[in-house]
Write a protein that binds this ligand. Sequence first.
Ligand code: NAD
Length: 521
Amino acid sequence: MTTISSSPRAAHAPSALPSRLQHFVDGRWVDSADGATFPVADPVTNAPYAEVAAGSAADVAAAVGAARAAFTDGSWPDLPARVRARVLNRIADGIEARDDRIAAMESFDTGLPITQARGQAQRAAENFRFFADLIGSLHENAYRVGSTQLNYVVRKPRGVAGLITPWNTPFMLESWKLAPALASGATVVLKPAEWTPLSASLLPEIMAEAGVPDGVFNMVHGIGEQAGDALVRHPDVPLISFTGESATGSTITANAAPFLKGLSMELGGKSPVVIFADADLDRALDSALFGVFSLNGERCTAGSRILVERSRYDEFLAAFAARAQAIKVGLPADPGTEIGALVHPEHYERVLHYVDIGCAEGARLVAGGARPYHLPDGNYLAATVFADVTPTMRIFQEEIFGPVVTVTPFDDEAEAVRLANDTRYGLAAYVWTSNLRRAHRVAHLIEAGMLWLNSHNVRDLRTPFGGTKASGMGQEGGELSIGFFTDSRIVHLTLGDPHTPRFGLPATEQSPPPDDDQTAK
Ligand code: NAD
């Protein structure tokens, strides 16, 4: 990888940015086999800052070959868990030592406000520490059948894992897959999102410093339909862990089907925030604002549909719109910025198109809806609030993935649940009420993988993560992630004499039938 000492055009660019990003295969930086590259730009200027190797099937094959050799011939899968745990902790050390650098790169590349990018780097380190602790303390089960039979389980890494990640909070989401995969003893090929490849370029040196053997961690950059697709269709990759859009998840599921691969799908969302009249409105207001406008609204668990009980609707809406209008939109590198620049002009146009759709559908625009006047360039959009949104509108149904939120009144609990469930998605939901019984009742009725009662998106790493309906297939998080990257082998053995019915002997010489609990199933 070559570097430039300073950027001639962007005052907000971190120092010494790479001008060329390569694949990392078998411990070495490499260009694409055919030399192909694509440009990557930052969302403030939309000017290219680097050329990125564009991976093809040949590059994926080389990376999978290295990962496969490291799995079958290398030491990594068979290392004692505590040895792998030490390596994972050193990866976390390497991330923490580069905290400022990662946050600066992430903010520059994605447009996330720098204060929020810092949290992502810290969470990434925490992911490695968490899975280091988990793998060191994980136990495998044994089952005794009376005094005669023992069944025990050993967990084995499944092989080469393909990890495909999106552009929102890229470094954190890469760590979210890398940490459990490596902890489990898998070897990996990571395909980072093409719009935000920058922070991943730090991973090879972090891995090498931590002592990850060559071939265990491989990375192929490239376009999803090329590099990502080649990974999905490679026969030596038995597992694909994917985070991204529901439509892409559906394509990958179909393409992986002939290979019968293990799939983990973390997909899109359109999560409701249900605010009952008896809620602590001040806290609900803070949480609802943060829930949809943090991370530029480019957040899978964003509370992007706010449902408010009619008796407090006007009061809530007035306060919400006023606060949204006051949200500071600005340079991602400015510590005062609350919403930065949207990741890419194509995505920016898509989000703006939804603003037009909302207006055309007759929703009432009460905040934002346009580029802030003080930011004539870059992918900026003011915090945007649509009121009186009905469930038939597209802005109520479709994931916008930007700083745009809908607000809808409801009359009673049944209608609140009906509205909350009235989309194809089911990732997260947030419920605000001081009635504890109702809080639990509604939490059980809303179709979502994760519910937060009177709180926002805070999650212990031990808990499962994932959605239902079009928001995902299979949950990860904590031990579930280890379960995904490993197979269980169940070993059955007899402790005494096996009592086997003796076929083919005269009836007089046959043993008595075995006990029920010894019967082969
Ligand atoms: P995306 O689906 O466009 O791309 C995600 C990744 O898939 C990228 O690396 C891309 O190159 C790759 N890809 C695209 N087409 C592919 C194909 N045919 N085969 C293989 N790989 C392919 O998603 P995005 O726009 O990068 O990310 C935003 C989406 O991710 C939103 O829908 C968001 O809700 C979702 N997301 C979900 C979670 C979650 O945990 N549920 C977390 C973050 C983001």
